[in-house]
Design a protein around this ligand. Structure first.
Ligand SMILES: Nc1ncnc2c1ncn2[C@@H]1O[C@H](COP(=O)(O)OP(=O)(O)OP(=O)(O)O)[C@@H](O)[C@H]1O
Length: 605
């Protein structure tokens, strides 16, 4: 309950700060909306009694006007309430989206994005993002219904305290049942979120252009479709169970309500016959009974919705108030220039407490102003080591020092300001060519000359300049209307190697950083493009600290130092010549690859 209360406080705070005036108006409309039907019931009673007793015309006109005003208010206020709820919703949801995504952007590491439970919560927080406004809307609608309920209960009380007690006691099981139902629905939504995530994965796969080739060639569309539908059926079964419970509960409650109302009607007719109620009283009684039931149903419905929205908003609150994913120093040390290099001291790392060790006691130095290469078989831990250098994770044991300072004492954002990188799984942004490069350094986003210079060094300038709209061409065919489909100037699809060079240009734009990391920058390049890129890299590397990972051993041989990782351990280090002479892991990998390039078949070592 504390979580729900805290979520209510946060949602109300967001709505109030983002839409004060609409919230005030909505409150006034809700109050008026509560008074209108009760007023209409009393005005009806007054009108009928005055007509029955032939009251003076002035009095008759006054009650008729009151009845008309109450009727108009009852008819029109719901529309105004709906508009204001939407207005509050838009403002509050926008503010919630900002809160949520600011919080997500503050996670400095990658661990949370790889935790399935956290991903489920994040998905539900997306729903919570749209719940903030609805929380206020449902909250005020509940208040309106409760006030109307109070008004009708008061009216009933005047006529019959016993009947009032009966109606109120009858409401208790309804309240309890509806809340249980709401909680069960929210639990079910959370429980099926992994199933929905898998369904989404299969659905995206079936419609993705990237996967279309393999799906067709391997003939796996039906297989994937079956899996997608199985996930959907599992989710639907869970929903059906709740819907059935809903049906039984609502049906039972409706029957119960009808019996109570019917009993009340019999009592009122008998009371009128014995003369203890006037005709107006009977009409007020009937309107009050109907009013109590509809206000009660409305209040319960809105409270149940409110409860559900608060549970969803609770997920957003959990994400927004989650502590830092990695400890960040409260007074970080300013990041020094990299003059002494980076040092790993007995670094141990694994991706989870039950996962196998990926790095085992790695101790090494990346010297400043030198080109260092990292080599090793697949899965030996090279990319992981790079992720630790950027502080996307912390080592489980051991420390990493940037110019003598433990990375944990630095502000992660300030550290990353000093680094540029091409990751193995770089991003292909569905943006223009210029933006794709400009994102490397936002200060250069509008600087065409800088962007072109970076592209030239990555060997992709001529190709980008030759696109239908040059650097302003969209590198995507995603955001298309039907009319755009035939017009190539609205977007193009690049080849894998071209994308790779765009990613290298992006890293080049972020020039003058202390450390340049290149994880397989030439994996998809043709021989000429690879040569060009490495020439560009060599000129860039001169006098700078760089760390290059590549399985193309030829591109590493001129590195100042080569580090060889094997099963998470530093197996060897030295220059190309030293490592060949040592005749270890490196020499074996190099000779295996060199054998593939020899003109005459050479026996593999
Ligand atoms: N996010 C992750 N979660 C869990 N395990 C991971 C994750 N990333 C990598 N691993 C595991 O860590 C080990 C090392 O992976 P890493 O990507 O560092 O190797 P690598 O040397 O760069 O390999 P490659 O040459 O294939 O790129 C692998 O066994 C991999 O399965």
């Amino acid at each position: 309950m504390t979580g729900v209360r805290a979520a209510a406080g946060m949602a109300a705070g967001i709505a109030w700060r983002s839409a004060r005036r609409p919230v005030v108006l909505l409150t006034l409309v809700a109050l008026a909306g509560a008074a209108a039907p009760v007023g209409a019931a009393w005005a009806t009673r007054g009108t009928i009694d005055r007509v029955a007793t032939a009251a003076p015309l002035g009095e008759l006109v006054a009650v008729a006007v009151a009845l008309a005003v109450a009727g108009i208010a009852t008819a029109t206020l719901p529309q105004l309430e709906q508009y204001l709820q939407a207005e509050v919703g838009r403002a509050a949801n926008l503010a919630s989206a900002e809160r949520l995504h600011t919080a997500v952007g503050r996670f400095v590491g990658l661990g949370r994005f790889e935790d399935p439970r956290f991903l489920d919560r994040l998905q539900l927080a997306g729903e919570g993002e749209r719940a903030a406004g609805a929380v206020v809307g449902s909250g005020l609608a509940s208040v309106r219904s409760l006030l109307a309920l109070g008004g009708f209960v008061g009216s009933l009380l005047v006529l019959s305290p016993v009947m009032t007690a009966v109606v109120l006691v009858a409401a208790v099981p309804t309240l309890v049942a509806e809340f249980r139902l709401s909680r069960a629905r929210a639990d079910m939504t959370f429980d099926i979120s992994p199933v929905e995530r898998r369904e989404l994965f299969y659905r995206n796969l079936l419609t993705s252009s990237d996967a279309a080739k393999e799906i067709r060639l391997f003939g796996i569309a039906a297989f994937l479709r079956t899996r997608m539908l199985t996930e959907r059926r599992t989710a639907d079964d869970a929903r059906r169970r709740i819907d059935r419970r809903d049906l039984l509960t609502q049906g039972g409650l409706a029957l119960f309500g009808a019996v109570v109302a019917g009993g009340g009607l019999v009592w009122a007719v008998r009371a009128a016959r014995s003369g203890s109620l006037s005709i107006g009283d009977v009409s007020l009684f009937l309107l009050a009974i109907a009013g109590v039931q509809s206000a009660l149903a409305g209040a319960i419905n809105q409270l149940a919705q409110l409860h559900h929205q608060l549970l969803m908003f609770g997920h957003l609150r959990t994400v927004v108030t989650a502590g830092p994913d990695l400890p960040v120093a409260s007074r970080p040390t300013p990041v020094p220039a990299l003059t002494r290099g980076i040092e790993l001291r007995d670094v141990w790392f694994r991706y989870g407490p039950d996962a196998p060790w990926v790095l085992r006691g790695v101790t090494l130095t990346i010297p400043p102003d030198r080109a260092t290469a990292l080599v090793g078989r697949n899965g030996s831990g090279k990319s992981t080591l790079i992720k630790l250098l950027c502080r996307f994770y912390d080592p489980e044991r051991g420390t990493i020092h940037w110019d003598g300072v433990d990375l944990r004492e630095l502000d992660p954002a300030a550290l990353r300001e000093r680094i540029t990188a091409v990751f193995q799984d770089f991003v292909e942004y569905d943006l223009t060519a210029a933006e794709n490069i400009g994102l490397g350094d936002l200060t250069g986003l509008d600087d065409q000359e800088r962007i072109r210079a970076a592209a030239r060094r990555a060997g992709v300038d001529a190709e980008l300049a030759g696109l239908p709209a040059g650097y302003r061409t969209l590198l995507s065919r995603m955001f298309f209307t039907e009319a755009d489909r035939e017009d190539p100037s609205t977007g193009v699809v690049l080849s894998g190697g071209q994308w790779q060079r765009v990613a290298v240009a992006r890293a080049f734009l972020r020039d003058h950083r202390d450390l340049m990391i290149l994880d397989e920058p030439s994996a998809g390049l043709d021989a000429e493009a690879e040569y060009q890129i490495h020439a560009g890299l060599r000129s860039h590397r001169a006098g700078r600290t760089s760390l290059l990972i590549s399985h193309r051993m030829g591109s590493l041989r001129d590195a100042d130092r080569i580090l060889v990782l094997d099963q998470g351990e530093l197996a060897e280090q030295g220059t190309h010549a030293e490592l060949l002479a040592a005749d270890g892991v490196y020499a074996r990998l190099f000779r295996l690859q060199a054998a593939g390039y020899a003109e005459e078949p050479v026996a593999a070592p």
